[in-house]
Design a protein around this ligand. Structure first.
Ligand code: GLU
Length: 414
């Protein structure tokens, strides 16, 4: 498979394969290979020095046959329209895999939040909500955090939306602070979901967690909490990295120290001399490799040199199609992004349910429901992988796309 496909094209390629294997027509492929709606907006923001900077933002809604669309908003300098479109399709697949009553959506703003002040970020967040307010809402499309966005940004967005609509709308967005209708367990949900996936994958490989050596690429929300959970569970975290470089110690890193020194954008390695390049880092000895950063990290160039026997994708889109083929042929068990990173949206769904009911759950209730949903999702995908003799990614797409396709068929769209 060509390596030069971008994330959207490779997603479309697997969607087509999944639908064809499930016996759907070309009409269904045409419907589901593109988002049904993409809005591009320009957001003028008054900067602290009184100049005006105009930012580009997107909101893509993949398909709402199952229910309102759902998915995060990322703030990143490299955001593109195709990336946001692909991410919205992945959200549909995630929601299908964990069986939520949602389709997928995604948003992004081309910006570098590391270079912006607190108040500039507030103005940008509010400006984005004003720009997209017509197409979003608690029963239309529900945003959430993603790369470099957090609960403070969700709070500003919720406040802006509530002011526009003139009623309190906590169900407009998830990943909010607890005092504004956030859910217990949302902050750590992606990492908890990944932890559950690691445990399931280890069972299939007959490895004990206490004997497992883990490398985690990325020290943001997912990566840092995952490092903590792995460390607390007695696994050896031998590698962590951030945008500036990687740290590796075969005897295990001092995770508590690293968590303590990490800044709010998940960077810590600047404190060290002699860090590894990203490339060297991914090729170090380990049992489990968790890409928890951004897209296209494991490619045809390095897939042969990955030493892990399990790859659990906490990031969206970290492994290319060709790399998936190489790893699968080498017997590496891949837990694909659309399954492995679904813990976040599962607890977002719980948050939205609590907002709609005005009745709030304990952390124990959230976590036990999350555990049940994620274990079942892993088993469903793994069974399709074995019984249909397809790789784990295609299996996940087949599970993820089925409900949406059925819903579209019942609605008479195809
Ligand atoms: N941005 C997260 C994801 O990619 C969470 C989305 C959500 O909670 O709606 O899955």
């Amino acid at each position: 498979m060509a390596e030069n496909l971008n994330v959207l094209q490779s997603t479309q390629y697997i969607i087509e394969q999944a639908l064809t294997r499930l016996g759907y027509s070309d009409g269904m492929v045409q419907l589901l290979k593109e988002p049904m709606r993409v809005l591009t907006v320009r957001i003028p923001v008054r900067m602290d020095d009184d100049s005006v900077q105009v930012f580009t933002g997107y909101r893509a809604q993949h398909n709402d046959a199952v229910g309102p669309t759902k998915g995060g908003v990322r703030f990143h300098p490299d955001v593109t329209e195709d990336e946001v479109k692909a991410l919205s399709i992945w959200m549909s697949l995630k929601c299908g895999i964990v069986d939520l009553p949602y389709g997928g959506g995604k948003g992004g703003i081309v910006c570098d939040p590391r270079q912006m002040s607190f108040r500039e970020l507030e103005r940008l967040s509010r400006g984005y909500v004003r720009a997209i307010s017509q197409i979003v809402g608690p029963t239309k499309d529900i945003p959430a955090p993603d790369v470099m966005t957090n609960s403070q940004i969700m709070a500003w967005m919720m406040d802006e939306y509530s002011r526009i609509r003139e009623f309190d709308a906590p169900g407009f967005i998830t990943g909010k602070p607890l005092v504004l209708g956030g859910s217990h367990g949302r902050e750590t949900a992606t990492a908890r979901g990944v932890t559950i996936m690691i445990n399931e994958a280890l069972k299939k490989k007959g490895i004990h967690l206490k004997d497992a050596r883990v490398i985690i690429q990325g020290f943001g929300n997912a990566g840092s909490y995952l490092a903590k959970f792995m460390h607390d569970a007695g696994a050896k975290v031998v590698g962590i990295s951030d945008v500036y470089g990687g740290l590796y110690d075969k005897d295990g890193l001092d995770i508590e120290y690293l968590l303590d020194r990490r800044d709010s954008f998940g960077t810590v390695t600047k404190l060290f001399k002699n860090t590894l390049s990203n490339r060297e880092f991914l090729e170090q000895e380990c049992d489990i490799l968790v890409p928890a950063a951004i897209e296209n990290q494991i490619t045809a160039d390095n897939a042969d040199r990955i030493r892990a026997s399990i790859v659990v994708e906490a990031a969206n889109g970290p492994t290319t199609l060709e790399a998936t083929r190489i790893l699968t042929e080498r017997g590496v068990l891949i837990v694909p992004d659309v399954l492995a990173s679904a813990g976040g949206v599962v607890v977002s769904y719980f948050e939205w349910v609590q907002n709609n009911q005005g009745y709030y759950w304990t952390e124990a209730e959230v976590l036990s429901r999350l555990q049940e949903v994620m274990e079942k999702a892993f088993e469903n995908v793994y069974n399709v992988h074995i019984t249909r003799n397809v790789d784990m990614r295609l299996a996940a797409y087949m599970v993820g796309v089925r409900k949406m396709a059925e819903a579209a068929r019942f609605r008479g769209w195809v």
